[in-house]
Design a protein around this ligand. Structure first.
Ligand code: COI
Length: 331
């Protein structure tokens, strides 16, 4: 059995080596390049492809891969929003992802950013760097005094809720698919509108599927409390960034944290030091004292990277052996 991996980063190599050592019977080859129509031929002769990229898996890309006889794709990440499923179905692709590499990685980061916003660490750090060690006016708010609205109660949302409970926050949640345990606790509100009306802080944990596109927009923001705090560590396309910027400008939104951005491909995980950002909106957001931008790093922990590599290769081998891995994506 031979597995070919695309987009392998330096920081993934130890986990890859570990997996290879544990599976001497599997032949592995890899490239740092992403899967595109041009690089698809590199996988020729392999029984499956392991991939991670935020670049779209387009019809052309899938066709090129199918053309060299590779019909399974095992994503090393959770989101599947960048796959052309119609084309994948047409070419008969088997697809897996890693839905639970480490929900804590993303959940922790989102709550860290939420509490940083509430304690105003960005303006405080800026003051300290300028040798201004006075308290005022950088007074904070406590997490336990907030009603936090959690949108999406899958693996990541559930861990976020547990962390928030530790802080003593009042948590309310919305998800069209309710979790029995959380339902028994009475955490769910009946609609997003209800959540918007009650929450002081709103944090998103839903996939970037078309149905959720720009769910945070002018209309939904108008339904929120004045001075709402919003955190998005899920997918950039969940928010209309122009609506967020307008809300920050008129004070409707007091603070905003984003780990994802609709136009992040080619922007995040690149070094812009000494250069201007190619995107004026990101430059504006990064400059604001009440906005925290991280470049899609919520997932980026040692544990998560290890699990992403190990679980995706496990799934690729299962597909190659004619089995259906637990992490197969049904579509
Ligand atoms: C995901 O797992 O879907 C992420 O957002 C992480 C990133 C490596 C794409």
């Amino acid at each position: 059995t031979k597995i070919f991996a695309y987009g392998i980063r330096e920081d993934e190599k130890p986990a890859l080596q570990e997996w290879a050592t544990a599976h001497p019977e599997i032949e592995i080859d890899f490239t740092s390049e992403l899967l595109t129509p041009e690089t698809a031929a590199l996988a020729q002769g392999a029984d499956g492809a392991v991939v991670y990229q935020q670049l779209d898996y387009t019809r052309d890309t899938l066709a090129a891969l199918a053309n060299v006889g590779v019909k399974s794709i095992s994503l090393r990440n959770v989101g599947t929003d960048n796959i052309d499923f119609d084309a994948a179905r047409e070419f008969g692709f088997k697809i897996s992802n890693v839905p639970v590499y480490s929900p804590n990685a993303i959940a922790e980061h989102s709550i860290i950013q939420m509490s940083r916003l509430l304690r105003r660490t960005k303006p405080l750090d800026a003051k300290i760097a300028k040798h201004d060690l006075r308290w005022a006016p950088t007074i904070g708010r406590e997490v336990r005094m907030q009603t936090v609205g959690v949108i999406g109660t899958g693996h990541i949302g559930q861990v976020a809720i547990n962390i928030l409970k530790g802080f003593g926050a009042k948590v309310i949640a919305f998800d069209p698919y309710q979790n029995d345990k959380l339902a028994a606790e009475g955490l769910y509100v009946n609609s997003l509108d209800e959540l918007y009306a009650q929450a002081d802080v709103i944090s998103l944990y839903v996939p970037g599927v078309p149905a959720n596109h720009h769910m945070i927009n002018d209309e939904s923001i108008a339904k929120m409390k004045d001075g709402v705090v919003i955190v998005n560590c899920s997918r950039g396309n969940l928010v209309d960034i122009d609506a967020i910027i307008a809300g920050l400008d008129n004070g409707k939104i007091s603070d905003f944290a984003m780990d994802v951005y609709e136009n992040e491909v080619g922007l995040f995980n690149e070094d812009w030091s000494g250069k201007e950002f190619p995107d004026a909106k990101i430059a504006d957001l990064i400059a604001r004292p009440n906005v925290l931008v991280t470049p899609h790093t919520a997932f980026y922990t040692t544990k998560a990277v290890e699990e992403m590599v190990h679980q995706s290769f496990d799934a690729a081998v299962a597909f190659a052996g004619g089995q259906t891995p637990e992490t197969a994506v049904e579509y």
